[in-house]
Design a protein around this ligand. Structure first.
Ligand SMILES: [Cu+2]
Length: 115
């Protein structure tokens, strides 16, 4: 009887966790910057999601900026930069490199989409 009760609580907590995931409370992405692109080149979340970006540079110093969200990070090779924010503005935003990194710097962009 006691086992059944514990098992029931376990099932309920599993379902609760699954619902949390469905609501997408925290969305985590790992982004790599290298001359002259970001991988992945596009990130999509829902409005209200908490977005966690874990960003690294694979070669030279780069920047990562989304001005509409007040984000402008410096990415030094070998360092991990973590940014967390709430996606409270809908739209398609450009995330771009904010530190001159070579000839293709001005095209070094990715898209951040909030639906
Ligand atoms: Cu650059």
């Amino acid at each position: 009887m006691r086992f059944a009760l514990i098992f029931a609580i376990f099932l309920i907590s599993c379902q609760w966790n699954a619902e949390q995931a469905q609501n997408g409370d925290v969305k985590e992405f790992r982004i790599t910057a290298r001359q002259f692109s970001f991988t992945p080149g596009e990130i999509e979340v829902k409005k209200g999601d908490t977005v966690r970006l874990i960003i690294t540079s694979a070669d030279v110093p780069h920047g990562f900026a989304i001005p509409e969200y007040g984000i402008n990070e410096v990415l030094m090779p070998g360092e991990i930069v973590s940014v967390e924010f709430i996606a409270d503005k809908e739209g398609t935003f450009t995330a771009y490199c904010s530190i001159y990194c070579g000839t293709g710097h001005s095209e070094m962009e990715s898209r951040f989409i909030v639906n």
